[in-house]
Design a protein around this ligand. Structure first.
Ligand code: DGL
Length: 229
């Protein structure tokens, strides 16, 4: 398990926030949270041993995730950010019944994308499990009923990013296809893709807005922490 963040400030132990993902995806989120909330200690847990989660059976993923979340609770985390769209969209309701602290999730920004698009076409980049989840399909039904939603095949992006072996041509092809089909909003629905956000922005070159949920999640986390105070 990777741990990230300073333990003490002014001699006093800091209250703790847990952040969890399968690998480096959530690390970008953990860093953004630590920068926004320096009065907390962020503990980052990554299940590198079992990644990728995006194409594994859900029961198996649940078996990996629950003990890690319980360990974060045992370490004193008063809230845990599930910095993983795959886990959030497929099992956060179950996990909320099983873990004794509030869980803040991350899911594809379909609603903001729907209000931003002018072309009526959006592209959602996410793992196969996220795209197959009931939560994602309900987001589409509620917010994107009258839109065309493209779902480019990103199934091999997580290992690529995790191993730092970015295939620019392949990413270029998938994003370019979306832009040429008229997508003017691209949703990054997997935290691993945050690491290639700039590459994707370079490819779209102003033709589309690229959305990812780091800032809204920090705002939601602040609301939860205020309620806990
Ligand atoms: N970064 C995660 C997500 O947001 C998990 C990706 C994976 O392990 O396949 O979905």
């Amino acid at each position: 398990m990777t741990k990230y963040g300073e333990g003490v400030m002014g001699g006093k132990p800091l209250p703790k926030i847990g952040v969890f993902d399968s690998g480096v995806g959530g690390l970008s989120v953990a860093k953004a949270i630590q920068a926004a909330l320096p009065e907390y200690r962020v503990i980052y847990a990554a299940d590198k041993r079992h990644l990728p989660y995006g194409n594994k059976p859900l029961r198996q993923i649940h078996g990996y995730v629950l003990p890690i979340l319980k360990d974060l609770v045992d370490q004193g985390c008063q809230v845990i950010v599930i910095a993983c769209n795959t886990v959030t969209t497929t099992m956060i309701d179950t996990l909320r019944q099983e873990v004794s602290v509030p869980l803040v999730g991350m899911e594809p920004m379909v609603k903001p994308a729907a209000s931003l698009t002018k072309s009526g076409i959006i592209a959602v980049c996410a793992t196969p499990n996220t795209l197959a989840s009931a939560r994602y399909s309900s987001l589409k039904k509620v917010f994107a009923k009258n839109l065309k939603v493209l779902e480019p095949d990103c199934s091999d992006w997580v290992p690529m990013i995790e191993n730092n072996q970015i295939n620019r041509d392949q990413i270029n092809k998938r994003i370019e296809t979306g832009c040429q089909a008229g997508a003017d909003v691209i949703v990054l629905g997997c935290t691993h893709y945050h690491w290639i956000e700039q590459l994707i922005k370079d490819i779209v070159a102003g033709r589309a807005t690229v959305l990812q949920p780091e800032q809204p999640v920090i705002e939601q986390l602040r609301r939860v922490l205020t309620q806990l105070a």
